[in-house]
Ligand binder design. Sequence first.
Ligand code: AMP
Ligand code: GLY
Length: 421
Amino acid sequence: MKILIVGAGGREHAIAWKLSQNDKVKKIYIAPGNVGSELINIAENVELSNIEEYISFAKKNSIDLTIVGSEELLVQGIVDEFRKNNLKIFGPDKKAALLEGSKAYAKDFMKKYNIKTATYEIFDKYEDAINYLDNYGEKNFPVVVKASGLAAGKGVIIAENLKEAKEAVTDIMVNKKFASSGNEIVIEEYLEGKEASILSFTDCNVIIPLLSAKDHKKIGENETGLNTGGMGVISPNPYVTDEVFEEFQKKIMKPTLEGLKSENMDFEGVIFFGLMITKKGVYLLEYNMRLGDPETQAVLPLLETDLMDIIENSFEKRLSEVKVEWKPLYSCCVVGVAGGYPESYNKGDVIKGIKEFEENERNILFIAGAKKENENFVTSGGRVLNVVCLGDSPEEARKSAYDRIDKIKFNNIYYRKDIGK
Ligand code: AMP
Ligand code: GLY
């Protein structure tokens, strides 16, 4: 089989790494990929710039399966276009991708199917949003203001008071901070609790949840400072107890499946549930319709079952028959970033320690923002690499990950010391 993976991050490296373990997989192309492909014998990067180019590449190279890592192309309808050309692609079609691409659509879907979520209102007129906030009631703050469309994880503002909330609405709807993604906004109840990511596979007949994960979104230790694309992950998520998981299945996962069926959604792909575990129970914050980054890097190494097997069965609508098995271990992923990230940072710094990294079943290095220059690995992005280690306990996984990332050196490398603590 020949596979095409779309994306450039650590997540795509992890997907390629896992798929390369299947003997039937002879070649993996990653578009655009990163230098991680050098660490996988059968992987190669390709430059493709739009959906037409992806289609012609897939045809010309007899690609058997395409997997899309990030959301933008899914929302643009890459799956529909591939299907029209009889090309197999793992991901939601344009309609289902709206569950991620439009927070307004997703919230209405949650309400319609009785899925537990924060109370909300949707606005497409600035005056109406401001009027709503004026009557929100001082004691009800903070409030959450969200641009409805895609905003690379930056479109959510938690406003502590009326002034901040109005500023957020003005930024989004008048100053067009997120362009047309802010034509509609969602204003919703603030929920306090612990976050959890539960990724799942679906063939729209069944949803198979993966092990839970805990992302660490802020740049600083103890969740302080600016938001990032993710600084590390621990899996399973310690806050997802059996009780929480049962509640998730009953109040979120099952009604989501009913919703998919009732709306005649039909695709093979991923649903990523972003959860908030509160004193009042488990709430769904959002859907993402693709694997998470960096959750994937932490979760896939724990997956015992062959990933290709899961994907192939989903295309045959037999996902319910797959027995998904997990290593009885814990995983810790620590992300090494370029100092200064998520604001300005340096690129082109030589990275030492990649070749020396002793990779085995329990210790893996996934590359995110690095490239090769004159035989050296050099940094090329903010999030540079992910060290993922498995252990018999969360502490062992953490210790292994920190022992190993400590040996990787580049100018101004930074990583949080409290992932999974
Ligand atoms: P979303 O893209 O909707 O998941 O929002 C991004 C982040 O904003 C989440 O991971 C949470 O940290 C935070 N967030 C979103 N909605 C809420 C909410 N209703 N209450 C508290 N925090 C929220
Ligand atoms: N880690 C969150 C995301 O992939 O959106």
